[in-house]
Design a protein. Structure first.
Length: 259
């Protein structure tokens, strides 16, 4: 299968570039360390009932929880949203390099000369750029859960491994990674500068940050149905962006435009 052939080629290139692989490490580790430190620092600090009143009003089903646990659950949710940023930002360098880098290295022309369809080429590159970021995010979540098992109360730990967050990590993370990568590839087909492509493609992070802030401000409490609906929307966006990228990637003219 031609998609698999492109995928294998790209993975080999990524594995050879250790600097590119190591660039995936710092961000997820930061998003794991910060919530663990916050949980450790705040676990023995009392919380006034009034400070959690807004969250009680938004989620009456959590009225039985102590204020400290509820506040920590909300705080943990904010950091889990930050962890969802990793599969968007981490593979952006790989995605843009796979197009612009290959053009600069003069290795794109032979690939474009093959009979492979454009969508097959982009899908293979997209999956290859996505895989390392998804694995890094899953490992980071595993480290976070292990730390929560030691530092957090049983209630707060249970919230970290709830169905909502398992859906987010197992399903939404790959969908977000594919979306970010495809946007990066699509932008790369129009720009020669990898930094410009990365900056434009990274704009998909802004809605994630906003969603986390909205919950922290007490405007909404997310639940499993909301995340399931989000997964469906992301799947549709992934398909749409891939088709748009295939249309924008005009292989007959892209090389002359980049000269």
């Amino acid at each position: 299968m031609r998609v698999l052939a492109v995928f294998e080629k790209e993975i080999l290139e990524i594995v050879k570039n250790r600097l590119l692989l190591f660039s995936l490490v710092p961000l997820p580790l930061i998003f794991v360390a910060i919530p663990l430190v916050m949980i450790y620092v705040t676990r023995n600090q009392p919380v006034k009932p009034g400070e959690a009143q807004l969250y009680y009003q938004m989620a009456p089903n959590l009225a039985h929880l102590p204020p400290s646990d509820l506040v920590q659950m909300v705080m943990l949710g904010q950091f889990l949203f930050m962890l969802l940023i990793v599969p968007v930002l981490a593979p952006m360098t790989i995605a843009t390099f796979s197009i612009i880098g290959e053009k600069q290295a003069r290795s794109l022309e032979p690939l474009l000369a093959t009979p492979i369809r454009t969508w097959e080429l982009l899908l293979g590159k997209s999956l290859a750029a996505t895989l390392p970021a998804v694995i890094a995010t899953w490992l980071s979540y595993g480290l976070l859960v292990a730390g929560m098992a030691v530092l957090a109360s049983p209630v707060v730990f249970a919230s970290a491994v709830s169905g909502m967050w398992l859906l987010a990590i197992l399903i939404i993370v790959p969908l977000l990674a594919i979306l970010g990568v495809n946007l990066g590839i699509m932008v790369s087909s129009r720009f020669n500068d990898t930094r410009v492509a990365q900056q434009i493609g990274s704009l998909v992070v802004l809605p994630l940050v906003g969603l986390g802030i909205v919950q922290t401000m007490g405007k909404i409490m997310y639940d499993l149905p909301m995340f399931a609906a989000g997964a469906v929307v992301l799947a549709a966006l992934d398909a749409g962006v891939l088709m748009a990228a295939a249309k924008l990637f005009q292989r007959e003219t892209i090389l002359t435009r980049w000269k």
